[in-house]
Design a protein around this ligand. Structure first.
Ligand code: FES
Length: 116
């Protein structure tokens, strides 16, 4: 499948699924958590536009341990989040983006040759 846009450095999925019966992230106001993170990323870090995305997701399979979220491509999982745990996820995103930026700013080593 062809990629339409640039690859993201950090893509966070926050489960907002709501089940009629049983536990689910949506019943714990996960949409508020997702909305707050999305707003924060856009306002605090406009330079991340096109590099960071915060999306709602369907069930991530951790309903009893929700609110659940997962960050790609890092593959970091978060469970037992509360609706006001945006600081936890902000820190994770910032840490990821600092690493990405640091790595992309590393100087390219000069090529050396053994020709004398
Ligand atoms: S409802 Fe969120 S992980 Fe299942």
């Amino acid at each position: 499948m062809k990629q339409d846009g640039p690859l993201l450095d950090c893509h966070l999925f926050v489960c907002t699924n709501t089940r009629d019966v049983g536990e689910s992230c949506g019943k714990k106001d996960s949409a508020m958590l997702r909305d707050n993170l999305k707003e924060w990323a856009a306002k605090a870090h406009p330079e991340w536009r096109g590099r960071v995305r915060v999306n709602a997701s369907g069930c991530l399979g951790h309903c009893k341990r929700g609110i659940a979220a997962v960050m790609y491509p890092q593959g970091h999982w978060f469970t037992e989040l509360k609706k006001d745990d945006d600081a936890v996820l902000r820190e994770a995103i910032e840490s990821t983006m600092n690493s990405v930026t640091k790595l992309s700013m590393e100087p390219v080593p000069e090529k050396t040759t053994n020709e004398n």
